[in-house]
Design a protein around this ligand. Structure first.
Ligand code: GRF
Length: 201
């Protein structure tokens, strides 16, 4: 059974979809750990309720009082995150609402085995506010994308997409909730069908 580690930063409803699929035997994988950059992430509670081990690797802006060269704190965080995830020996790493860019040491360690979900139809509306940006632009159709995470901002190989209509009167929250429904079903399907032997180019 392929081993999966899930990265979360927020409420964790995408993680919950994976946990629910695992519980009913339709995930075809075993979630072995949940890692977050935030101790207050709701996803960590969901992991605890499911009896899963969790690790928090906080990215503290002023990580130490000692002056450091630019990027040193970020590089240290990336290395710590890499070690935390590696401790679970995953076949696949899933970013489920993880709001940090994964650095070079992480991507080198888990090359080609890191996937994520974005609440827009990439390459449109990348970044931390995909739903808000799509709504502000006035698109009539947006959606969700599951992709292979690379060093860019939401620039990796697209694995699955699903369109979601923007409805009159939609707010960012109402639209995002409908997009998450699409994300959850696609994420379960991609994790289920992902093959450890299949090294993505
Ligand atoms: C998802 O829409 C994800 O694409 C975005 O943040 C949301 C996370 O939702 N990055 P949740 O924390 O899993 O409920």
């Amino acid at each position: 059974m392929k081993r999966v580690v899930v990265l979360v930063s927020g409420t964790g409803t995408l993680l919950q979809a994976l946990l629910d699929a695992q519980a009913d035997g339709t995930l075809g994988a075993r979630i072995v750990g949940v890692v977050s950059d935030r101790a207050d992430a709701g996803g960590l509670q969901r992991a605890h309720y499911a009896g899963l081990p969790t690790v928090v690797v906080p990215l503290d802006k002023d990580v130490s009082s000692a002056p450091q060269p630019p990027g040193a704190a970020r590089a240290a965080w990336d290395a710590a995150l890499t070690d935390a995830v590696a401790s679970f020996a995953p076949d696949l790493v899933v970013g489920a609402g993880f709001m940090r860019l994964l650095g070079p040491s992480f991507l080198a360690r888990f090359d080609g085995r890191v996937i994520g979900s974005h609440p827009a139809l990439l390459p449109s509306f990348p970044g931390a506010h995909g739903v808000r940006d799509a709504l502000a632009y006035g698109v009539k159709v947006t959606g969700a994308t599951i992709f292979q995470i690379d060093a860019g901002v939401d620039t990796g190989r697209i694995l699955a997409q699903e369109a979601v209509d923007v409805l009159p009167g939609d707010t960012e929250d109402s639209l995002h909730e409908r997009i998450k429904v699409a994300e959850r079903s696609m994420l379960v399907r991609i994790v289920r069908d992902w093959s450890p032997t299949e090294r993505k180019p």
